[in-house]
Design a protein around this ligand. Structure first.
Ligand code: HXC
Ligand code: NAP
Length: 296
């Protein structure tokens, strides 16, 4: 058994129709591939139809399943409604939504134009709440116990410089996840989120770890488990959260980051201390303990 293998039984998502935004590339594509293997009907949507169609062709060759591709900018409500209508037309209903589309790039915040902030916040936050609202209305009206999975980040709650629009938007997505999980629970609608650490994808690496940076900094050295995530690890967790196996879980945000977010621990700098140094430190502390017991 390995973390690079699928985890769930083969019918775990059988007959569920799931829309994955940004499903033509990166993590969205990896989730689409695994969900198909688990029996789901998959709809992928994003701005570039040619990218979606190429992915659909590749996944069809791997799994034999037919994938519905619909061009959609998640900032446009009419385009979102079109995706939902096309999905219902093809598969009869929609059961799940993965809000995975994102826009992001590193930059000193003072260098950003207003438009540069808007573009990231609108794709991540507006796109997520527009899509969730459109499907939520459909689910409530049709008494469907739908499931939403939002792909967030760990800096949604730690904050992070140099990706401020993304941090603001992802934090909003988490607030929506928890708020709606409570409000819509009585309809049987569940919302959860994953906060991934670094999972290598072309989309993210081109914009967050361009060559100039990756020559100087290795992201693996900051990860306590010393590696980036494997796409199957994320797909396994995502499939569980989209399946009925997680039926009692809602409003949860699961971190999957090899321990990266724990770096803030106050004494974690002690990682650098050698065994010899520890011998000396232990002696010093024990001596101080003894001294403190002597009468003054
Ligand atoms: C400063 C920049 C910039 C940069 C773009 N802009 N890149 N400003 N530094 N590096 C500014 C532009 O000048 C413009 O403002 C505004 O942003 C919009 O840029 P456009 O190129 O016109 O926008 P568009 O073509 O719509 O592209 C959107 C995008 C792009 C977000 C800028 O990166 C994109 O398409 N991204 C989609 C995929 C993606 O980002 N994937 C990574 C997700 S990874 P002005 O005012 O000049 O017109 C992720 C991981 C998080 O989220 C955690 C990792 C560990
Ligand atoms: P990616 O391959 O660049 O995926 C982003 C997707 O969003 C693309 O398919 C893109 O397709 C789509 N998209 C962008 N703007 C859109 C818009 N306006 N409307 C519809 N779709 C749009 O990057 P990724 O690494 O797989 O990221 C996937 C998700 O994981 C994102 O939410 C990201 O924040 C999150 N995440 C990734 C990492 C990581 O290490 N990779 C870490 C933490 C969180 P089009 O260009 O065709 O529109």
């Amino acid at each position: 058994m390995a973390y690079t293998e699928g985890m769930l039984r083969e019918d775990a998502l059988k007959a569920k129709t799931i829309i994955i935004t940004g499903g033509g590339t990166g993590l969205g594509k990896s989730m689409a591939r695994y969900f198909l293997k688990l029996g789901a009907n998959i709809v992928i949507c994003s701005r570039r139809l040619e990218v979606l169609e190429k992915t659909a062709e590749e996944l069809n060759a791997e799994t034999g399943a037919e994938i519905l591709c619909v061009a959609c900018d998640v900032r446009k409500t009419d385009q979102i409604e079109n995706v939902i209508a096309k999905a219902i037309e093809k598969f009869g209903k929609v059961d799940g939504l993965v809000n995975n589309s994102a826009g992001n790039f590193i930059s000193p915040t003072e260098r950003l134009s207003y438009k540069a902030v808007d573009v990231v916040v609108d794709i991540v936050l507006r796109g997520t709440y527009y899509f969730t609202l459109a499907l939520g209305k459909y689910w409530i009206e049709n008494k469907i116990r739908g499931t939403v999975l939002n792909i967030s980040t760990t800096y949604a709650w730690t904050g992070s410089g140099w990706v401020v629009p993304s941090a603001m938007a992802k934090a909003g997505v988490l607030a929506m996840t928890k708020s709606l999980a409570f409000e819509w629970a009585h309809y049987g609608i569940r919302l959860n989120a994953i906060a991934p650490g670094p999972f290598p994808t072309k989309g993210a690496w081109d914009r967050l770890f361009p060559e100039e940076l990756s020559k100087k900094f290795s992201f693996e050295s900051r990860i306590p488990l010393s590696r980036g995530g494997d796409h199957q690890e994320l797909a396994n967790l995502a499939a569980y959260l989209m399946s009925d196996f997680s039926a009692y879980m809602t409003g949860e945000v699961i971190t999957l980051d090899g321990g990266e977010v724990l770096a803030a621990g106050q004494f974690n700098f002690l990682k650098e201390v050698s065994d010899d140094q520890w011998d000396a430190i232990e002696d010093q502390i024990k001596n101080a303990n003894r001294d403190s017991k002597k009468p003054e």
